[in-house]
Design a protein around this ligand. Structure first.
Ligand code: CO
Length: 239
């Protein structure tokens, strides 16, 4: 085995010993059961580790990560993870966490080809196209930051519309979906104020979050884009 991998294993032994010394019984207790209150859906980016950023120990946050923190309606990987978190672990909060400087979002914004992931990032390009009137009048750097935020808002909506969340809310189970974005430059998380905690509010929360990004022709009256979102069936409670 190479030295760099041996270093990782010795780091691990030191960490396990220090953890057990600080909190005797830590591992035997965790080995019996996990009961996290939180689920984190984030980008695979190595600079955005869920536990460290939020100061949580092993056992405290259930994590699903992929390129550009996308939740696709038919992605059995994400849906199975969300279902396990909600129905078995009974997490109280699910946070979709994007980050500024996301290479996946940048590729989608600029139409850069990266390979197989282009097909995955097509979902982020869909977000870009859907909200292009709120994006195109901004300077390029700002466009990317705003698309990072809009992508989170869209994915919060996708989680909320999944059968898992709809069924949980129908049962009266308390579970909320939040949208956050992380700054690589300052290490800070920002709440995008798009929390959805029951089906009746999904459309309103979604529309209100997007309206914070003005369109170039915002004076034009009817907000066709957001109305379209509701008209095309965004949310079973859509008016
Ligand atoms: Co990323």
């Amino acid at each position: 085995m190479s030295q760099e991998l041996r270093d990782l294993l010795s780091n691990n032994r030191r960490w396990a010993a220090a953890t057990e010394a600080r909190e005797p019984g830590f591992f035997t207790r965790l080995a019996q059961q996990q009961s996290p209150r939180y689920m984190w859906i984030g980008c695979a980016d190595s600079r955005v580790p869920a536990n460290e950023i939020t100061g949580l120990d092993p056992g405290e946050v259930f994590v699903h990560r992929n390129v550009a923190n996308v939740v696709v309606h038919s992605d059995l990987n994400a849906l199975s993870t969300i279902q396990f978190a909600v129905e078995h672990l009974k997490v109280r909060h699910i946070m979709v966490v994007g980050h500024y400087g996301c290479a996946g979002v940048r590729a989608a914004m600029r139409g850069i080809r990266v390979g197989l992931a282009d097909n995955w990032l097509r979902h982020v390009q869909d977000v870009r196209l859907r909200h292009r009137k709120r994006l195109e009048h901004l300077p390029p750097a700002e466009q990317e930051d705003v698309l990072c935020e809009m992508n989170v808002i869209e994915q919060v909506g996708n989680v909320a519309l999944s059968t898992v969340l709809q069924d949980a809310w129908a049962r009266g189970q308390p579970v909320a979906v939040h949208g956050w974005v992380y700054g690589l430059r300052d290490g800070l998380l920002k709440d995008l104020d798009v929390t959805m905690d029951r089906p009746e509010t999904v459309v309103d929360r979604f529309a209100a979050a997007l309206k914070r990004y003005p369109r170039a022709d915002a004076a034009g009256g009817r907000d066709a884009e957001v109305l379209d979102a509701a008209d095309t069936g965004f949310g079973p409670g859509a008016p």
